[in-house]
Ligand binder design. Sequence first.
Ligand SMILES: [Zn+2]
Length: 1035
Amino acid sequence: MCSLALCAFHLNQSPTETENRANLPRNMIENSMFEEEPDVVDLAKDSTFPALDPDEVAFEPRSSRLLVRGLGQHDMDEDEEDCESSARLLGMSFMNRSAAHRSSSSPYTRQAPPRSCSRPSGRTMIVCVLFLVIVASLTMVMYFLPGCNFTKRGCQRTNKTTPSEQVYPVSTNGELFPWAQLRLPRSIHPLSYDLTLDPDLDNMTFTGRTVISMSVLHNTKLIVLHSSHLNITKATFKVGLEGYKPRQQIAVKFSEELKTGQYCVLTLDYSANLSHTYDGFYNSSYTDTDGNKRVLAATQFEPLAARKAFPCFDEPSFKATFLIRISRKPTYLTLSNMPQAKSTPLLNGLIQDEFEKTIVNMSTYLVAFIVANFTPISSHVSETQVSVYSVPDKKEQTDYALDTACKLLEFYNDFFEITYPLKKLDLVAIPDFLAGAMENWGLITFRETSLLVGKQSSNLEKQVVASVVAHELAHQWFGNLVTMRWWNDLWLNEGFATYMQYMSLQTVLPQLDIGNLFLAVRFRALDDDALNSSHAVSMDVNKPEQVEEMFDSVSYEKGASILLMLNASLPGDQQFRKGIIQYLKQFSGLNTDTNDLWNSLTQVFSAQHPNVSEMMSSWTSQKGFPLVTVSRKGGQVTLTQEHFLLTSDNATQTSSLWNIPVTYVTDNCSLAPECRQMFNLKTKSGTLNELPESVKWLKLNYRNTGFYIVDYGDEGWAALISALSNNVSVLTQEDRASLIHNIFALSRLGRVSFHQVLNLLKYMSNETQTSPVTEALLQLNVLYQLLDQRQEHSLVARMKSYIKHQFASLMDKQTWKEEEEESVSKQELRSALLKMACSLNEEKCIKQARAQFKQYVESNGTLRIPGDLQQVVFTVAAQSNEDWETLLSMYGQATYDAEKRKMLRGLASTQDPRRIVWILKAGLRGGLIQTQELPLVIYTVCHGFAGYLFVWDFIQENWDSLIEKFPVGSFAIQTIIKSATSQFSTQAHLNQVEGFFSSLKERGSQMRSVQEALETIRLNQRWMDKNLPTLQKWL
Ligand SMILES: [Zn+2]
């Protein structure tokens, strides 16, 4: 999956161009309309499925109450038991909507133990003791039996839970739910799903039938699977089916054991509402150019929402095949992962489309289907038909995506030496879509901004689309073909897809200058990972919210960065490729964990890199990254490593050590790749080969391909600064940008004085390259905003004139015209410089921007603003009352999504309090401003002085609505919290933020992003206390 912020991050448009990530709002859908009397079906009579050998379905289970009775539940009389065993209860168990059950669906609620032993009578004592003994034995059984996953390496316990979690929760029908863990038992493995779906787009509901064919891996009396917000009306098993809502699990219990090696089939009929948020099987709508409202239904399942569309074993390691049928009105079309096999008219005037059975085993989160009236354009890459679908009005915006997808598919087919296995690959732009895109196998779904490119789009917009397409296509191998076993290793999907997206575009579309972008995202990944509240790349994940929280910059950008570092540490550029081909081939169709990757690579690299596993584990198993300090005495250079940890607690020390492939260049040879020398730093300190005394300086982390920060010490920094002020070109632009990034980080850490930062920036008057300039602007802007929001008027004024002075000549050189054949890099530079100039109220910039807007409005949209300048023009325009209104009406009519979002960011940058309040409310309400844009609105509003306090109030007042739309832990919520708090720097604000979030309890107080927010405020506070005097002195 991709959020634009993470897989198509665009520095110039904003550090978080679209920070929205697919979300799984836990909307509570009531199912009362579906209550009906279901009957019990013998599965062997089910014509949709091959009849099974009667011996194989030998169990004829009456209800088994053994577990429940043994645990001290009341005994049931025969009638009650029959009633319990009838499938009628199956539906009822999902219809129980008592207040108690609803509150227990909160993700953070822990169920209390089912029995209390206080005030015991003698009889109760005996029952209690018996109960405890049985719980203990059951716990052991659960732990040793189903928790055991037999692979070729023997028994692996994949369900790690602490004993405190082995408490059997109360299910929807009031009994103990027979499974106590978040992850499903391993005793049953699904082999194939047969899904029939009948969506009703008029009433926004659907019914479905799921037939799951399963294999029994270990003797068991229990099938546990996932289901969420589905009203199950009929099941084939004549047994009790119970639900446990907080974990979205249902269970089928048997009185007799299913035996290892048996095959069995479970059929479940159900009905539900189409989700009104952005996950599960959800409804979406748009208005066409004739003003008609059009509706459609689409899916978004990653990570935990396939269970909202059909009952299933909703974990990535339960791979199976899928055969899908969907009915539709004749005016719609349907799409799914596989090509359509046949269409059958139904008696009710509808048509049922059946898709080919998947030829690959697939995780449930990759299943997808769409019912809409989209139109396609298509092309072929070897045996695969590639199509891009959009709403009919936007068909002419799909050419670029098709062309790019074809080029990239060809590249990946060749690069991985494994041909994309399906006969078709659809890329579909969906009008309502929260994430950037989702890599469903054969049916990739996108936000319109990440797929559609207008005829007059700038190269920067093409860069966004190409990045997202490259990311999602890479997932067809990394993620779809080889899938992480569990969400703790999400980086195996996302880190790889992110790395491949940059790597492939550098080769396939070099004109997009994607290298600058990749460098910038690595800097941001370092910034995020420097916090004490960061986490290891691969970490334990035991709650749904923790699954959501894995979709962050550590899984994506740090994952990609350490793969780049590994690649850069190998000789030649084919080694890494050989290694990942080996990994993909070895685990094709299977699930893996991080060790599988390193072991696979070790087999290939054994000659050159025998310790790849040891080296890389140090980067994936511990949080953070190292600070390498250089100290030099004559020719002897010593390197020391320590954890680069930004923390407000000076006493915090960690003993973490990394295995660092340090690279360095010196003034003797510093530009070409051949200049680069390597040193492996595994211990606390190490000494480089003796350098000639004549060497004036050395620069570590050549082109910033390593994931670490370097401190050169006073003399080292002085030597580099003097070299750069004599000649900018003694280092590559990546190295210059990395010096700028590192020195700001070190200043934040308190290692170098801000005076030293300003010394380095002196060379900037000669800098003309994009990466160093944009990095310096970004860092200075962070400080500028902090000062502005602290209302340090005199310092703000001095900072303004400092920035203007430093970048004056570069700013002056920028034109406002579309240049022929202008490189993306030049556009990025221009956009960043003019954005800064206008935000500092630089007169010439404001005048130009206003003039451009006026021309644009007067020409009725025929004269266009260059794509890379639209943002700055709309932002300046939005500061005037009249133009804000004009912009708003243009926003309502705009059809090109990328341009529309820039208008929205302009609107949200207003400093008028009434408008700020209006736009926040409009985003929350949805409609004119889609709710999917709310995180972007909040992000933008926070960057204006007037807005950031309003946003904080807004978030506190509307928290419950926010977490209904974007679930706790999701990337959208992470963005909202970060935006609203990252500029606070006072004790009063710290207290407020701390107070608010701790009052939330199960509604979000435990989120990592809250810890990050508090830590950031403390760091800001500390930095201000320490550096305000320096700034007074030096600015
Ligand atoms: Zn992804």
